[in-house]
Design a protein around this ligand. Structure first.
Ligand code: SF4
Ligand code: SF4
Length: 181
């Protein structure tokens, strides 16, 4: 049997057929982040969002329940009186900041919030080169999200290059789904 194998290069052909099989099979490697992006599931817990009501008023009433519920004590809320109708009550957050270095994305702040002001968002590209951007302030948390809450997600979409003053941004193109995960 071994002489037969040697004469007809059986092991060599077996190995080669395996290699050729992988050559023609569909690649499972994701070309992240330049060509493809991951649009997370709706239940994914990424960077938080601070939300507004239908009239655009801030839902946060600075009650600090989220800060009390946070197991890592990474939320800072400083309340102030609202006499300009910015929020839904007469009290809004002067400072609302989450230290993302300490946050473990558990979602307990979201559960504790009585007004649905704080919600776990779906932005996950949070790496940065300085500690400044590791603290998410009120302005950043109130900014519109790249992936809207109602977008289903859970699959790969194509990436889209955008140039602006800060440089090149690579964003998910939610209109071009690539394949189901
Ligand atoms: S997700 Fe958890 S750790 Fe992060 S801010 Fe909310 S409660 Fe704190
Ligand atoms: S986000 Fe919610 S729980 Fe936290 S301070 Fe604002 S209203 Fe209170």
């Amino acid at each position: 049997m071994s002489i037969f194998k040697k004469i007809f290069f059986i092991d060599f052909i077996k190995g080669l057929s395996l290699t050729l099989g992988y050559e023609v099979s569909k690649s499972v490697t994701m070309r992240y982040p330049d060509e493809e992006k991951w649009a997370p599931y709706q239940r994914f817990r990424g960077l938080h969002t601070l939300n507004r009501d239908a009239q655009g008023r801030e839902l946060c009433v600075a009650c600090e329940l989220c800060a009390k519920a946070c197991p890592t004590k990474c939320i800072t809320v400083v309340p102030m009186e609202d006499d300009k109708g910015i929020g839904i009550s007469d009290r809004i957050a002067k400072v609302y900041e989450i230290n993302l270095v300490r946050c473990m994305f558990c979602g307990l702040c979201e559960d504790a919030c009585p007004t649905t002001a704080i919600r776990m968002g779906r932005d996950y590209e949070l790496a940065c080169f300085s500690l400044d951007c590791a603290a998410a302030d009120k302005k950043r948390l109130l900014a519109p999200r790249e992936i809207p809450q109602e977008f289903e997600g859970g699959y790969v979409v194509m990436a889209r290059l955008e140039r602006n003053k800060e440089g090149i941004n690579i964003k998910p193109d939610l209109t071009r789904k690539k394949r189901w995960w």
